[in-house]
Design a protein around this ligand. Structure first.
Ligand code: ZN
Ligand code: FE
Length: 264
């Protein structure tokens, strides 16, 4: 089995319009046997997206079309590749009820999905922590320090693992060191190894799997996968199941750095 379990789609409002077929044909050409499209689920209706274009989640009006397109493609490519229907669902502190309701309604369409933390709450405001280095710096000033933002991030990831989101809660935790995305911009070296191991241990204990996400290697200010290589080894040592994910938002980025993660 050769698998890429984290792929975006033409339904991503901040991605590209590259078509499903282009992604699928490339995956087949690279001998992948299993791929999951995990578009950003629509955000809770009462949540105000803090990003400037408010384009973090997909438009809820297109959700059924997204599922239907994928169901059709599953059948069309049944002899070539297994296409799994998924979503990347946001865990947002305080919005658990709404998120659960969403999953209760649409979860039966999902074969495979990811739960990710992109938004951190500080007092009564939210920030998208992977949007830009500039926003990240501003937010860390508000919170107090970069280290405090890291702690807030890991606390939120732990909460996402604990959260009761019902029977359709995703089983895979997305890129659980995303907070490293701008580490080479702020240049503050933080030893968060205890926190990362805490998160990985808790995932293992609670029966989750890891989104072993290569996208960070392509980010100018990150230059490492999520989680970093040392913690990929750690995950293996504790028997935490993982699924490679390129987190591609374009066909070019599909399967990015697969060979760096799994050298032959
Ligand atoms: Zn995205
Ligand atoms: Fe994500």
């Amino acid at each position: 089995m050769k698998r890429d379990g984290h792929i975006h789609s033409p339904y991503c409002p901040h991605g590209t319009s590259d078509s499903f077929k282009q992604y699928i044909e490339k995956a087949i050409a690279h001998n992948f046997t299993d791929i999951t499209f995990t578009e950003h689920a629509p955000l809770p209706i009462s949540f105000v997206d803090p990003t400037p274009e408010q384009d973090s989640g997909m438009n809820p009006e297109f959700l059924m079309a997204y599922f239907e397109d994928l169901q059709h493609l599953q059948k069309q490519y049944v002899h070539d590749i297994r296409i799994h229907i998924g979503l990347e669902v946001d865990y947002i502190q305080g919005f658990e009820q709404e998120t659960r309701k969403f999953l209760d309604t649409y979860g039966h369409f999902l074969d495979d999905s990811i739960l990710s933390v992109h938004f951190l709450q500080w007092q009564n405001t939210f920030e998208c922590i992977d949007f830009s280095a500039e926003n990240f710096m501003k937010f860390s000033k508000k919170v107090g320090s970069i280290e405090q933002v890291y702690d807030l991030y890991y606390d939120t990831v732990l909460q996402s693992i604990k959260a009761d989101l019902g029977p359709y809660k995703p089983r895979r935790i997305g890129h659980p060191s995303l907070i490293h995305k701008f580490q080479l911009a702020h240049k503050v070296k933080i030893d968060d190894s205890v926190r990362i191991r805490e998160v990985l241990d808790f995932m293992k204990q609670e029966g989750y799997e890891l989104d072993l996400n290569s996208a960070g290697l392509s980010k100018t200010y990150c230059q490492e996968p999520y989680p970093p290589f040392t913690f990929i080894d750690y995950s293996k040592s504790i028997g935490l199941p993982f699924v490679f994910g390129s987190d591609a938002h374009s066909v070019t980025d599909l399967h990015q750095h697969y060979n760096a993660i799994f050298p032959r």
